[in-house]
Design a protein around this ligand. Structure first.
Ligand SMILES: Cc1ncc(COP(=O)(O)O)c(C=O)c1O
Length: 379
């Protein structure tokens, strides 16, 4: 396994690598420059050799692997019937907005947030209401006062991202309990996007699916998970929702019907092998991500005092506050200096940028040099 070589992704149509000119370092969209583990590509080779790619059902082995994993990791007993198979989780965010709110009701989420959270309510013809995460004691936290005001009997749905894209928080059980209480009191469904849950970077931190906190919360939530971020499988389109409440599940499936297809055969196979055999590779990945995260933190604190970076507890995304540089358009400014980052405005937070550090340390160092050069020119 190697996290130090950089395969040419441009030749394979990578969105990340093809969007910008060749002299730009692309550290924006959330996929990794690492090859998936050999156990997964071997399984895919076998399937390709078989040569038949007809309609395929989720296999018992896949279902069993996921159920066992949820039990082992979270003590979470999930029945096979509670799993809804999906080709992607952005679809699920949109399905939730269309399913669990009525006209006149609003949908609440907290910014900054992964852009599809901000887009989905309007696509469902619903009103979006946002609260902001707080920045206190050097950490991003939920603002419960703001949440209490925003989540009312008019709220159909709260959209949670945990672990959080882009700030990298892995919310504590206590925080989730408080949020859950507010949602239960308002009778709002919780859509909890937990796609980054296998990318916890701090050994002292554990991920808690909000649905595991109480039976009431299990009954009121839709949990979204996938192996795609962790094992770099996004292009294979495999993910799933866990909806334990029969009525909520039935409504979700009704919205999907005839519109959202099953995941493909190769995606399901890759997902099953990832969950069953991908743990040693995942542990190595975490070490590489910790190394890269710490490198960014040290480099910024030593060289760029006007940029604030709070190292994330999870994911390979660094959320950089660049407001002190007083740039008109930070995204365009750094792009002109050869660095493509994600634009904070798209996450509801102008003056911020998101840097994807799931790449080789060598390329990351080059990117940091460009960041520093651009920073010096701005001062
Ligand atoms: C929080 C979150 N949800 C969903 C997705 C995308 O999911 P999918 O590719 O399954 O649509 C991403 C990708 O970056 C993400 O960060």
């Amino acid at each position: 396994m190697s996290f130090d070589s950089l395969p040419n992704r441009r030749e394979h149509g990578s969105f990340k690598w093809k969007r910008y000119q060749e002299d730009v370092i692309p550290l924006w969209i959330a996929d990794m420059d690492f090859q998936t583990p050999k156990c997964i590509s071997d399984a895919l080779h076998n399937a390709v050799d078989h040569g038949i790619f007809g309609y395929t059902l989720p296999q018992k082995k896949l279902i069993g692997t996921i159920i066992d994993l949820l039990w082992e990791k979270y003590n979470w007993k999930v029945e096979a019937s509670s799993i809804v198979w999906l080709p992607g989780l952005v679809s699920a965010l949109n399905i939730c907005c269309r399913t669990y709110t009525q006209k006149g009701q609003n949908i609440v989420t907290s910014t900054p947030i992964y852009p599809p959270f901000l887009e989905a309510p309007a696509l469902a013809d619903r009103k979006l209401q946002t609260t902001e995460l707080d920045f206190v004691d050097g950490q991003y936290k939920m603002n419960f006062d703001a949440l209490e005001k925003a989540i009312t009997s008019k709220t159909g749905l709260y959209m949670l991202c945990n672990p959080h894209n882009p700030v990298g928080r892995c919310f504590t059980k206590d925080e989730l309990e408080k949020l859950g209480k507010i949602c239960l009191e308002a009778d709002a469904v919780i859509c909890s996007d937990e796609i980054h849950c296998d990318l916890i970077l701090d050994d002292s931190i554990t991920h808690t699916p909000i649905a595991t906190i109480s039976e009431e919360l299990a009954n009121k939530s839709v949990t979204l998970m996938a192996p795609s971020k962790t094992w770099n499988l996004a292009g294979l389109g495999f993910s799933f929702a866990i909806i334990q409440n029969y009525k909520l599940r039935k409504r979700f499936i009704k919205t999907m019907k005839g519109i959202v297809p099953y995941p493909g055969q190769l995606g399901m196979l890759a997902g099953q092998v990832a969950y069953e055999q991908g743990e040693p590779w995942r542990l190595e990945l975490i070490k590489k991500l910790q190394e890269n995260r710490n490198l960014i933190a040290d480099f910024i604190s030593q060289n760029m005092p006007k940029i604030r970076y709070i190292p994330g507890e999870a994911t390979y995304l660094a959320w950089l506050e660049v407001r002190q540089l007083e740039l008109k358009n930070p995204y365009l400014y750094f792009l002109k200096h050869g660095l493509a980052l994600s634009n904070g405005s798209d996450f509801g937070s102008p003056g911020f940028l998101r840097l994807n550090f799931a790449t080789t340390t060598e390329l990351l160092k080059e990117a940091l040099d460009r960041l520093l050069y651009a920073y010096q020119q701005a001062n």
